[in-house]
Structure formats: C-alpha cells, structure tokens
Design a protein around this ligand. Structure first.
Ligand SMILES: C[S@@+](CC[C@H](N)C(=O)[O-])C[C@H]1O[C@@H](n2cnc3c(N)ncnc32)[C@H](O)[C@@H]1O
Length: 278
C-alpha cells in the first residue's frame, strides 16, 4: 500500500496557482488569453512534456466519442490537450489535492471545464462504475505506486472491454543507486520504481494483453539536452516551465533523474495494453 500523505506532501507546492499566474503574466498573457499550448510547458509533468504525450496518445487511438481516463492527471495538462485535440470527454484523477484544484482553474481559463473533469481520487481505489471509460493513459505515475497489481486491477475494472491503456512511466532498466530528490520523490521511501517486466506481469494478472513496449531513453536524453541549451541561451528558465511545478529543489531533482537515465539505471518506457475479456 502506498502512503497517500507522503505522495501528496511531496507534490504539494503551496502557491502553485500564484506561480502559474505569474508565469502567464511573464508570457504577456492573462488567464483569459492563455492557451492550452502555452500551459503545456508547466502542466505536462513528465519527460518530454507535450511532445511525449502526443506521441503516446496517437498510438492509444482516440476519437471524439471516447470518454478517456487520465490516471494521476496532476494539473490535467494532458487532459486538456486530449479534449482540445481529439474532442473527447476526459476525466482525470489525482491524489494531490492542490494539483486537482489548480487544474480545475486552468480548465476554466481555457474554456474546457465542461469537457475535462478532474477529481481527487486514488488510482488504486477509484469511485467509478465498472466499464466507464473507452481509453486510459497514465503519465509518470506508477513510480509512486508500489502495488502495481492493485493499480492495474482498478484501471482494468473501469475500462470497457477492448479498451487501450497507454502507460508512460519512469522504470528501472538496470542496476545502480539513484540520488534523491527526484521529480517524483523527495527520498527513496517515496519511490516505487519497477521494471517493465514487473509492469507487464501486473497488467497481465489483471487481464490486459501487452500490445507494445518502447524504451524512450534516447528521447529523454535528447529532451534534457535541448532544455539545457535553451535555458543557457536565454540566460535562465522561461516564465512557464517544469521548474515551476518542481519547486525549490527543481535543479537537484532534474539533475538526479538525468544522471540515473544517463547511467542506465532508469528510463522512461511506454507500454500499450489492451483490456481483453469483460
Ligand atoms: C510526476 S506527476 C505526473 C502528473 C501528470 N500525469 C503529468 O504527466 O502531468 C505524478 C502524479 O501522480 C499522482 N499520483 C501518485 N500516486 C497516485 C495515486 N495512487 N493515485 C492517483 N494519483 C497519484 C501524483 O499526485 C502526481 O500528480
């Protein structure tokens, strides 16, 4: 069982909405003029940001009739992107109340509050009825959930037969210690990294069929190299960026994660799963 308070206290910022509002002002925009694209720099809290989301979701296969579940939605950046790009209805759930509350405000800002609903819920014990969703995805969330079987079982329960689940998580890919903090945990006690094999076993035990697995290590290293170049060229980070959501220890968290990817201990990995049976 994961410690919900540990997860929420790691991610809770305290004044995130104010910081995002200041970033929006720094872009020369207002809550009334900011776009889903502008917000993508801060509200897509995973390696590769919006580009990574778009690549995964193109493979999940979405259309306007789908009701989509965003498991561990954070601020709901991917939820808004999906609603805008594919025209779907999206429900996001997250354990960190500040993310959910802030995310709801961002939905209002961009006029998507009718199609994107964010809820404060635990991914291993969701309140939804069985077979509520046509598609689901989970971006950088499993690293906080030790019981992958409980996670897979509950997502399986709320999906319709035939539905696809896209996972994009940081996974254990080789030996070696990590330094903390990292973006998902302040210390080792908050981290529940697993191998792709362990994810697949949990998924198959729940009833999923594994369609594809893709290692995204090279993509990740390229993403961080480009980010560093842009920050150096500009003499500092942009008004809206991952540093805003990562908080005071942002440089350390990123440095430790990138070192782990570079050393071959961890990497982001995509898994595409399908619910078979009913
Ligand atoms: C690194 S953030 C990623 C957020 C979002 N998926 C994104 O990519 O922007 C991890 C998120 O997982 C959420 N989380 C962790 N454990 C969870 C659980 N058991 N149930 C729901 N959300 C959880 C955290 O609150 C946090 O918002």
């Amino acid at each position: 069982m994961h410690d919900a308070r540990l997860v929420a206290s790691h991610y809770t910022h305290g004044d995130l909405l104010d910081r995002i509002t200041a970033g929006v002002t720094g872009l020369g925009k207002t809550p009334g003029t900011v776009t889903v694209d502008d917000l993508g720099a801060v509200d897509e809290f995973h390696i590769g940001g919006r580009a990574a989301t778009a690549e995964l979701l193109d493979r999940v296969g979405l259309d306007a009739d789908h009701h989509v579940l965003d498991v561990g939605c954070g601020l709901g950046g991917a939820s808004r992107f999906v609603a805008e790009r594919f025209g779907c209805r999206v429900t996001g759930i997250d354990l960190t109340a500040e993310f959910v509350d802030t995310g709801r405000v961002l939905c209002e800002w961009v006029g998507l509050a009718d199609r994107v609903r964010l809820h404060h819920e635990d991914a291993t014990a969701m309140s939804f009825a069985p077979e509520s969703f046509d598609r689901a995805y989970m971006l950088h969330v499993g690293m906080n959930i030790p019981d992958k079987r409980a996670l897979a079982a509950d997502v399986y329960r709320v999906l319709r037969p035939g539905a696809i689940l896209g996972i994009y998580d940081v996974m254990r890919v080789g030996p070696g210690e990590l330094e903390y903090p990292v973006p998902w945990a302040s210390a080792a006690a908050g981290s529940a990294l697993a191998t792709a094999h362990e994810y697949r076993q949990a998924a198959e035990a729940a009833g999923f069929r594994v369609l594809e697995e893709r290692d995204r290590r090279a993509f990740a290293l390229e993403f961080f190299a480009r980010m560093r170049e842009r920050i150096e060229a500009a003499g500092g980070p942009p008004p809206l960026g991952l540093h805003v959501i990562l908080g005071a220890r942002a440089p350390e968290k990123l440095r430790n994660m990138v070192a782990g990817i570079a050393s071959g201990a961890i990497a982001p990995v995509e898994l595409l799963l399908q619910k078979v049976g009913g």
